[in-house]
Design a protein around this ligand. Sequence first.
Ligand SMILES: [Zn+2]
Length: 227
Amino acid sequence: MYAKFHIKSGDRIKYHKCSSFWPGIKFAEPINKPFIGWIIGNGKKIDFWRDTWATSIPFREHIDLPNHLWKLCIAKVSDFINPDGWNFPTDISLVLLAMGINISSITCNQNSVDLRIWQPDIHGNFSLKNAFESTRTRLGTAWWWMYTWLQCLHPDLSGFAWKLMNRILPTDNLIQRKGIPLVSICNQCGLTAESAHHLFFECNVAKVLWSWVTSTFNIAAVDDNDS
Ligand SMILES: [Zn+2]
């Protein structure tokens, strides 16, 4: 499975693969990676550049190199371990130092194999339940998240709120920005072009609605510049 979605150097494939797994892997791999840790043995299983053996973000993500050069970066951690322990050439030592990694605090053991562990679990075991719990909190940190997906709301309304908060409502100005030519006019007032900001704050119809909402529910009006 790994070989199917990664090229020889260890990078993920860049083209689309016709597989039901591919979109899931593309989505989940970068989210899960910071949670994967290693108990380093001989380092033969660990990709020096792409695995999270020294930091929660792989070196690959920190260093800006063109793709064709990354293809040449195929070192394993084992390449830097000898019977006495770590054995880095000077340039790599400097890179580690620059990244604030104290290599002497990381242990390796040439006589054992590497063990991949799932860090959030106390025993290091991966389970779908734990993975979901660990990654879910990372995704749902926006304050408005809990107000959009409620059981009492129709899914259409939740979807609308979600698009609104992510600023991807298909308003005329957004459609124009995607390169689709159209003549834009606000359907409510007919006075100006349609944008989310106009529809929700500037439009006279919106202003009347907001004023009705604030007085009916007795809540203080918030200036649209305060958001
Ligand atoms: Zn308007």
